[in-house]
Ligand binder design. Structure first.
Ligand code: IPD
Ligand code: CA
Ligand code: CA
Length: 268
């Protein structure tokens, strides 16, 4: 079994600390859910508090490193080589509605390359981590992407644009394509976990557009170390947030379908 480096251990500890806070707040949400006032305000401070816990731990332990955080944005460091990329609560809508599927996501970038990733599924207490050339791990179990090669046998997860965000029509067109060639489609509500679950072989593929770097960064390290491939749609960098992930064979096939506009003749 591989052991996390000192910096990755710090990231794991920070994710667990934020997770403890989120578990407490999630308990409150479940009470607020049935109250008149509702949980919206409360939830919007839960991610801020979780981010503060992570930022304060990591900035003390690694002064000088930069940060990209969903809530606070960009914090430049004096060390221009290293940056943490943080989504303190991925799956906010699930959290807000009392659905126990959300994660803390922390990535480490060195000289522009993603080198380490931690995705912590708070309610299942599953800690996924990876470092470049050290493999991907769920606690101490090594992760591998699923070996399936046929799209028609694949379970594919995705994200659906929320009301008020762009991309609905394109999503529906892509869903039309995908539901004609894969076994089944899922929408769970946390992109970080979607990518990580592809790394763990639970989903075969994932595709979504319009994500941000903090949604995907940690998951991409875990995916790569589990033998998976991320492809940016229309030749973009997958970190920009329009992407397909899967094992090498299925990811390429799904991109071909999405960019080619549909299944080949005779396969509809
Ligand atoms: C969201 C989740 C969701 C995805 C959205 C993201 P948030 O992140 O990852 O699965 O579909 O596009 O914004 O807002 O819960 O951190
Ligand atoms: Ca997110
Ligand atoms: Ca978030």
């Amino acid at each position: 079994m591989s052991r996390p480096s000192p910096t990755l251990s710090l990231m794991i500890d920070a994710a667990r600390a934020a997770g403890r806070r989120l578990v407490r707040d999630f308990g409150e949400i479940e009470n607020l859910q049935v109250s008149q006032k509702g949980p919206a305000d409360f939830a919007s401070t839960a991610d801020l508090k979780a981010e503060e816990i992570i930022h304060s731990r990591l900035s003390k332990a690694r002064p000088g490193y930069g940060f990209i955080m969903e809530e606070r944005g960009l914090v430049e460091g004096t060390d221009k080589s290293h940056r943490f990329i943080i989504d303190p609560l991925d799956g906010t809508l699930n959290f807000l509605h009392g659905t126990p599927h959300f994660a803390v996501s922390i990535a480490l970038e060195r000289d522009g390359e993603l080198r380490g990733g931690v995705v912590f599924d708070v309610m299942r207490n599953e800690l996924f981590w990876a470092e470049t050339d050290q493999g991907a791990w769920l606690e101490n179990r090594r992760l591998r992407v699923a070996a399936r090669r046929k799209l028609e046998e694949a379970i594919v997860s995705t994200g659906i644009p929320q009301l008020g965000t762009p991309g609905r029509e394109r999503f529906l067109a892509e869903l039309d394509i995908v539901t004609q060639c894969v076994g089944a489609v899922r929408r769970f509500g946390s992109a970080a976990l979607d990518i990580t679950w592809v790394a763990a072989g639970r989903f075969d593929c994932f595709w979504e557009r319009g994500l941000k770097v903090w949604d995907v960064a940690a998951g991409l390290v875990i995916l790569k170390e589990a033998g998976g491939l991320a492809i940016g749609l229309n030749k973009s960098d997958p970190r920009q947030g329009d992407l397909v992930v899967g094992n090498r064979s299925l990811a390429a096939k799904l991109v071909e379908r999405l960019e080619g506009g549909g299944p080949p003749q005779g396969k509809r």
